[in-house]
Structures are given as structure tokens and as C-alpha cells.
Design a binder for this molecule. Structure first.
Ligand code: PNW
Length: 459
């Protein structure tokens, strides 16, 4: 009898994995690359765990042929990577650096030679330091520079890359980068966080218009949307807290992207913290440039309560005084994040209901778990906890699809253990283990399991 899988995914459903340039490439001074805000930030004492940097990371810049061969062996159908802006425009404003483009040219060719579909992210947080020196995402000019850079990348790769996304998780860039200082460039100002939200969205819109004019086929953006839940489903105060956090996290991006403009309640909240004079006439029209695909990154749910004098969350400007974020409970990942697959089903169904007609793809989902002892000796990483996480979340994805959500694919975060931003190398998200002393790659049990899922197109 042939092995029949229990849960089948739709025909043509895309299976892949994701990474980001600064987290895996290394080679930060090679072939004319300029410094990014993450080079600066990671060298600033106290910002990243034990002063880790992306200087070497997974050395993917040199090892990409082997890495692509490994992807092919695992059966990946798509690979989402990001282009490092400072490789393409080393100081942010000057001439294009062809040697930077050469690297992605080679990478794309090797992916295509193995039948793997490249999915390009144009911005995964590594802003050229030269642009930050002029104000970074708090300024309009950065949005315009982003569109120019997008066109330069497309000119080189557009004949072979079909699927493009502009930004990865602008929520993180704005609120963690300019609001609470946890990410580069380390700004701590609520007004700047909202300026950054707007200029990131504007940059997305300008790039979308420019890429569309250049003939891009499939164009989108990736958001880390939050499944915001009330502590008590019957409490009006908790419902109000959900509405505020949902506004600051989800609707502030989704509404303008889909043509509805900024939500009134969110604008009212923002206006209490900063004069929103950075939003100009016509901007919302640019931001609403039609997209083909919404990338969603999901890791964990967010539970909130409405409470006068609540501590709020540093990543949600103006939330102190009315919102309490509940501590995560139950089984947690190594990031301290809750494991709740149902949150992913809820999130997908909510987006499908509130923003109909927008096809979606999971551009990131996965988990950090501590390394098990003995990997180097046995050459085998038994990450059963990660297999369970992925299995649970794929069941949640399947449920959403079976209820009618138009979801086109799933990309696991991440292919490799890598530089986990402020956490440095101590958090491991890979389905492939990386020994940072030798750069040896060892597929974990989860990679073998995922290989089987892909080959069966099901669980
Ligand atoms: C995402 N948060 O980051 C990024 O897109 C990846 O580069 C990253 O490695 C992955 O998720 C795992 O963290 C996030 O604090 C970082 O809520 C922080 C948060 C969310 C997403």
C-alpha cells in the first residue's frame, strides 16, 4: 500500500524557506559593500548579545553554491532571500555598485539552475548607514532613494526573478528601530517611529509604482501581523485594548496598503503623540498602489488587557496607561514566545475577511529552540520540538485554506541558524544547523521532516 498523507495541500502550493542578507551573508567589507545601520548598531556596546555582529554570519556570500545545492536536496521549491541595499548603493545615494549586483546575479542563476524559484525581498532592515546619517526612515528622501534602489536591482535581476516583495516587517523597522531602540538604528522617539511607519509605506508605494512600470509580474510586501487577543473575551476594556494594539500593529499598515487610508482611530492616537504633518496630500494614493500578494510572518499570538495605568508595551507608542500585555504562558520557544498554532488560523481568516481579494503567502514561520548536545559528534540534530511546532502550524495553515483562505505558499524561517538580530547567534531558528566555528551545515530532523512534507505536498 502506498503511503497516503493525511492532509493534502492544494496543487501548486509553494514550499520553501527564507533568510535575510545581514543574517547569513557575512562578507560585510567585500566587493564594495558599504556599511549598514546593523553594522553600526552591532558594534555599539550593549546593543547585541555579547557584541555579536554579522561580519561572518553563515559566510553564505562565499558558500552560496553549497547552500543552494542543499536547498535542492531538501526539495525546496522557492527560496526567499533579501538583497543588501549597501551592496548595491554603498553610501546610499551614490552610483550603483555592479559587483554587489553580481553576487545576486550568481545566486539567482544557481537557484534557477536547480529549479528553485527566487523570491526577492528588497529591504530586510540593512539600511545604508549613509542614509541613516541623513535621517534614515524619519525622512521622506529615504523613501525616494528606496524606489531608485529597487529599480536598480530590478534592472539586473528582473529578467529572471518573477516574485518581488518590497519591505520585510516595517513594524519592526519603525517601532523597534526608531521607537524603543531594540533594533538598529536604536532611536527612541514615538514621533520618529510614526514618521518611519509613513516613510516606509511611502517607500513601498513608490517602489511598487516604479517596479510595476518596469513590468514586474508578482509584487508584494511582507508584514509581521499580530493575532491580538483579549485576556477576557467578555471585557469591553480588553476589547478596547485589542482595538488599540491591532490598530498600531495591523491596521496602520493594512488599511493604507489596501486603499482605505490610515484608520481614523489610529490617526487620532498618533496625533496625540506627534503632529502628523509628515503625511502629505497624495501619499495615501501612492501607498495604495495595487499589490498581488501579501506576505505574512507569524510566530506567536499577543494577549492584551485594558487596564487604567497599565504598563503598555515599549514597541507600541502611547500604549502605556491603558494596556497591559500579558506574559506568555504555556510551552514557549527559546525566544520566550508562546506556541499557539490556532493564532495563525485566526490571523489568516481575519485578513481574508477584512481585506478580501488579496492572495497571501506565509513568508516566515518557525521557531528557535536550544541546540541539543552532541550535534558535532553524531552529525544529527534531533529537534523534535521544532518538528512539532512546524507540524502544528502547518495544520493551522491547512485549516485556514480549507475554510477558503487564498494562501499560495509557506516559507519556513529559517533555512539556516543565523544572526538573530539583538539576540546574536544564541537563538537558532534554522532547519539546518550551523557550526559557526567550522561553518559546517547539518540538516536537522526538521529539515528531513520538511523534505517529506514537500515531497508529499501534505502532512
Ligand atoms: C522576524 N518582535 O523578526 C524577522 O523577519 C526575521 O529576520 C527574524 O529572524 C525572525 O522574525 C525571528 O525573530 C522579528 O520583537 C523580530 O516582535 C522581532 C519581533 C518580531 C519579528
Amino acid at each position: 500500500m502506498s503511503a497516503r498523507s493525511e492532509l493534502r495541500f492544494p496543487e501548486g502550493f509553494v514550499w520553501g524557506a527564507a533568510t535575510a542578507a545581514y543574517q547569513i551573508e557575512g562578507a560585510v567589507r567585500e566587493d564594495g559593500r558599504g556599511p549598514s545601520i546593523w553594522d553600526t548598531f552591532s558594534r555599539t556596546p550593549g546593543k547585541v548579545f555579547q557584541g555579536h555582529t554579522g561580519d561572518i554570519a553563515c559566510d553564505h556570500y562565499h558558500r552560496y553554491p553549497d547552500d543552494v545545492a542543499m536547498m535542492a536536496e531538501l526539495g525546496l521549491q522557492a527560496y526567499r532571500f533579501s538583497v543588501a541595499w549597501p551592496r548595491i548603493r554603498p553610501d546610499g545615494t551614490g552610483p550603483v555598485n555592479p559587483r554587489g549586483l553580481d553576487f545576486y546575479d550568481r545566486l539567482v542563476d544557481s537557484l534557477l539552475a536547480r529549479g528553485i524559484d527566487p523570491i526577492v525581498t528588497l529591504y530586510h532592515w540593512d539600511l545604508p548607514q549613509g542614509l541613516e546619517d541623513r535621517g534614515g526612515w524619519t525622512t521622506r528622501e529615504t523613501a525616494e532613494h528606496f524606489a531608485d534602489y529597487a529599480v536598480a536591482v530590478h534592472q539586473r535581476l528582473g529578467d529572471r526573478v518573477r516574485t518581488w516583495t518590497t519591505l520585510n516587517e516595517p513594524w519592526c523597522s519603525a517601532y523597534l528601530g526608531y521607537g524603543n531602540g531594540v533594533h538598529a538604528p536604536g532611536g527612541q522617539d514615538a514621533g520618529d517611529a510614526f514618521r518611519a511607519v509613513h516613510h516606509l509605506l511611502l517607500g513601498h508605494g513608490l517602489a511598487t509604482l516604479a517596479l510595476r512600470a518596469a513590468g514586474v509580474e508578482v509584487l508584494g510586501i511582507t508584514l509581521n501581523l499580530a493575532d491580538v487577543q483579549p485576556a477576557d473575551a467578555d471585557s469591553p476594556a480588553d476589547a478596547a485594548a485589542v482595538r488599540l494594539v491591532d490598530g498600531l500593529h495591523n491596521r496602520i499598515f493594512l488599511d493604507p496598503l489596501t486603499g482605505a487610508g490610515y484608520p481614523d482611530d489610529v490617526l487620532a492616537h498618533v496625533s496625540r503623540l506627534v503632529e502628523p504633518d509628515f503625511i502629505r496630500d497624495g501619499d495615501e494614493k501612492v501607498i495604495a498602489a495595487p499589490i498581488d500578494l501579501l506576505g505574512i510572518n507569524y510566530y506567536a499570538p499577543t494577549y492584551v488587557a485594558g487596564r487604567a495605568g497599565g504598563a503598555g508595551g515599549s514597541a507600541y507608542p502611547g500604549s502605556a496607561g491603558s494596556v497591559e500585555f500579558l506574559p506568555p504562558v504555556g510551552p514557549l520557544t527559546d525566544m520566550g514566545w508562546m506556541i499557539e498554532p490556532a493564532g495563525l488560523t485566526r490571523l489568516l481568516e481575519r485578513v481574508a475577511a477584512d481585506y478580501p481579494g488579496l492572495p497571501m503567502i506565509i513568508t516566515e514561520n518557525g521557531a528557535a529552540f536550544p541546540d541539543k548536545a552532541g550535534t558535532e559528534r553524531t552529525g544529527w540534530v534531533a529537534d523534535t520540538d521544532r518538528v512539532a511546532y512546524l507540524d502544528g502550524h502547518l495544520r493551522a495553515v491547512h485549516q485556514a485554506i480549507s475554510r477558503g483562505v487564498d494562501l499560495r505558499g509557506y516559507l519556513v524561517w529559517s533555512l539556516l541558524d543565523n544572526f538573530e538580530w539583538a539576540e546574536g547567534y544564541r537563538k537558532r531558528f534554522g532547519i539546518v544547523h550551523v557550526d559557526y566555528l567550522t561553518q559546517r551545515r547539518t540538516p536537522k530532523e526538521s529539515a528531513r521532516w520538511y523534505q517529506g512534507v514537500i515531497s508529499r505536498n501534505g502532512l
